[in-house]
Design a protein around this ligand. Sequence first.
Ligand SMILES: [Zn+2]
Length: 490
Amino acid sequence: MKKVIITLLAILLIGVIIIIFFPQVLFGSALGQKVMLTVSGDQVAEFYFKENQPKKDTLYMKGVIYSNTLIDIKEVLDKNPEVTTLVMEEVAGSIDDEVNLVASQEIRKRNINTYLPKNGMVASGGTDMFLAGKERAVHPTAKLGVHSWSGGDKAALEYPREDEAHKKYLDYYINMQIPTDFYWYTLEAAPADEMHWMTVDEIKKYHVTTTIQSSELLEIQKELSSNAFKGRGNGYNEKTQNLIRSYFTTIGLETFNSSYNSVFIFKDRDSKKERQGTNLIGYVKGKTYPNKYIVIGAHYDHLGVVDGVVFNGADDNASGTSALLVLAKHFKQNQPEHSIIFAAFDAEEMGLHGSKHFVDHPPVPLTDIKIDFNFDMISRNSKNEIYVVGTFPYPQFKPLIEKVAKESPLLVSYGHDDPKDKTKDYWMFSSDNGPFHKKGIPNITFSEEDHPDYHKATDDFENINPIFYENVVKLIQNSIELIDENFPNK
Ligand SMILES: [Zn+2]
């Protein structure tokens, strides 16, 4: 009798060991499973929030999708209806494709966006789940893996295209509005026991990403340049300040002296009277060089209401302001090497007063500011051309920007920064880069050449070019990241 019990216990123990180390035996045996390579030893999928998250709108995920994932995801989303984005940090696959496809539909049903963060990774069934995001974005350093599946002794490609075995995947991709070509491509990309990492071109071709950044970018620009914001004229732009402050707060930017506000007084050059301005300043702490700073600046003020007409300044400079906010969010989610200060400047239109005040009363020693990036008018150009201004006096940054520019669909031009070049206006003192340049702080401005609506009441949201704008912000983001990670002449 004892012997029987011991034998039974031994069998049970072996069973448990098998299930723990080879869960695909239990979960992945059915026809058409995308069984992951390294499933054994991987933890099962967990959903969680991060410490110090100011708002529970971003949910994080790590681990392999398994039989309980559907229940888990429903539970966490039911409990936290404010979740808008699922950040997939490392989801190497699924050991239950049936559950995965249903759990993924749940994500789409609830209009959740998916995001692959810096150095993030999804593969196999994890990639399928990523595709469920309503809006989908991928950090340039993140990886997406695809491969075929096999059902027992038969590989997916051995089943004819009209075979039932393909149906659940095809139905899923159709539901997710992913071209069904994507499915056949994954089968060819790598066999079931290998992985193919998607190239940039493949990600584009199969609609893996949508333009999440672009939609938020445009939303903020549209709002800032609506009549309700009265042209954001200095002294009348409190509503704009509130929007920027609340955005800074929501994403959790750090403050200097416990406030984003930096109030200053300046003299109006026409009336000679004193006026007040307010810069809004926050920062993200750097991972490797927390005491060395990159400044990202853009002026949020515009011309206000002139003779009863609102000058909305959609391009000048709701475009730069919105880019600043979206990048602040990006760098908060993807910690940079250097600390980054985000400075929304007031009273630029009246003589660069906000940025002058910033460099005269800097929140950190000026010698610790390694570079300033300035965005002023970046959302329209009839020639698809964007100027990078500042590489003539600061040539050390040019090779890095050129590297990023090579991958951009934009015509990236350099200039307006050589005082001897009489063919072009000199822009080193025409925007908020000027005060930084005067102090000898390296600076790069992104700006387009003037357009017919420049400083006119017709500088409206309807007249900007969303695709151009999105491409410029991508160029800016990639340039800043490359410079942050490979800072020249330290
Ligand atoms: Zn401007």
